[in-house]
Design a protein. Structure first.
Length: 402
């Protein structure tokens, strides 16, 4: 097969996903256009060579609907011959966009593809696209539907993570993210979002709370207690896992991923296309995989898919230098580290979604970019990027620095 190389990646800063967030005035199309334009400009990209644009978007309705990838390509000034497609695998959509693009390159059917994702959570609310899963008993019952926060609390209860454990993890995420910005580790990849007059609207992630400590988090009430106890979802969790006598509700806004707006774009191609364009490859795709996982636990997919992708690549956990595990909830990452006996020196070393935020369709592309930057900064070789997914799934990608 043909090798798929990553030549560049960019992302917007993450804006608070609320009406008072800095990016609320920018449409979903505007966010995606910003990322695609920046990628084109930085790489002197002849867009007539781009075979496809693939963007993840989890709620592709309203302004985000109608194949946002094709519209963003036109808006960003890509040639009219450049097609686009929007995909949705919930939180892994941005990473799967990269995997789909890589598969196109590896198969020899495409030479250059742009992949990434976009989500404006302040303008198109989470869950706006609906779905049968939470409302149709024919699927809600066999899939043990419950809010993801209750599922995260089930993970904490099953695997023994206390409120102090998840809060301590969140404090460290905030510290690492703040340090990364202070030391300029994100400067190379973050492109500012500007208005029609060219004035900067936002140039830095604004969800961070660098002053977070254990005391401030201790003042927050668990967010999913009422859903679990009065909404009946604790009973659903314990029906699926009768070994659990009680759900310990430990997650809240401070140790869960932030709701934010943002977009990312990644330039992927084969070696010949890179040589013709004068690009230097930054990383190579080694392997990728998807998997279904137990739907009640729901968010343990990263553990299952990591085993699968390592086997596919003929690698062991010790062969991976860095891990990017999306911080949907603190217990997700703690369970991942527990399952593979990993220390936090190798996991999410530059912070994660608890501090920076989780723009659903874009996050996978963003954290893959973070992994590339950190491999280059640290001189290390391999990284594994993975996300948990609603409905019980996992997606993972292994990259190697070139």
């Amino acid at each position: 097969m043909t090798d798929a190389f990553i030549y560049d990646h960019v992302r917007t800063p993450r804006g608070r996903g609320k009406a008072d967030g800095s990016l609320h005035e920018v449409s979903t199309l505007g966010l995606a256009t910003t990322a695609l334009k920046a990628l084109k400009k930085r790489n002197k990209l002849d867009t007539s060579t781009v075979d496809d644009v693939i963007l993840g978007c989890v709620d592709p309705v309203g302004e985000a609907g109608g194949d946002i990838a094709r519209m963003a390509a036109i808006s960003a000034g890509y040639g009219h011959e450049v097609p686009g497609i929007q995909i949705n695998r919930f939180c892994a959509s941005g990473l799967d966009a990269i995997n789909f693009a890589s598969a196109q390159i590896m198969s020899g059917q495409h030479d250059v593809t742009v992949a990434g994702g976009v989500e404006s959570m302040s303008r198109v609310g989470i869950g706006a696209s609906g779905g049968a899963w939470p409302v149709d008993p024919s699927i809600a019952i066999p899939a043990y539907f419950m809010p993801q926060g209750v599922s995260a609390d089930l993970i904490a209860s099953k695997y023994g993570f206390s409120r102090d454990d998840v809060d301590a993890y969140a404090v460290e995420s905030q510290r690492r993210s703040a340090e990364s910005w202070a030391k300029g580790y994100f400067d190379k990849s973050v492109v500012p979002v500007k208005d029609v007059n060219g004035l900067t609207i936002l140039a830095k992630d604004e969800h961070m709370r660098p002053g977070t400590d254990m005391q401030s988090l201790a003042s927050l009430k668990a967010s999913f207690t009422m859903m679990g106890q009065q909404g009946g979802f604790d009973a659903v969790a314990m029906q699926a896992h009768p070994e659990i006598e009680e759900i310990n509700h430990v997650h809240h806004a401070g140790n869960s991923s932030g709701i934010v707006d943002g977009a990312a774009a990644v330039l992927i191609g084969n070696a010949e296309a890179g040589k013709r364009a004068g690009w230097k490859p930054r990383a190579k795709i080694r392997a990728f995989a998807n998997i279904g996982s137990e739907p009640a636990l729901m968010l343990t997919g990263p553990v299952d898919v990591t085993k699968k992708v390592l086997a596919r690549a003929g690698m062991n956990i010790s062969d991976i230098d860095l891990f990017e595990v999306n911080e949907a909830f603190a217990a997700v990452v703690l369970r991942f580290m527990q399952a593979f006996n990993l220390t936090n020196e190798r996991v999410n070393v530059r912070g994660g979604a608890i501090a920076l935020g989780h723009p659903l369709g874009a996050t996978g592309a963003m954290i893959l970019g973070m992994a590339i930057d950190e491999l280059e900064r640290s001189g290390k070789s391999t990284a594994l990027i993975t996300l948990c997914i609603g409905g019980g799934m996992g997606t993972a990608t292994i990259i190697e620095r070139v």
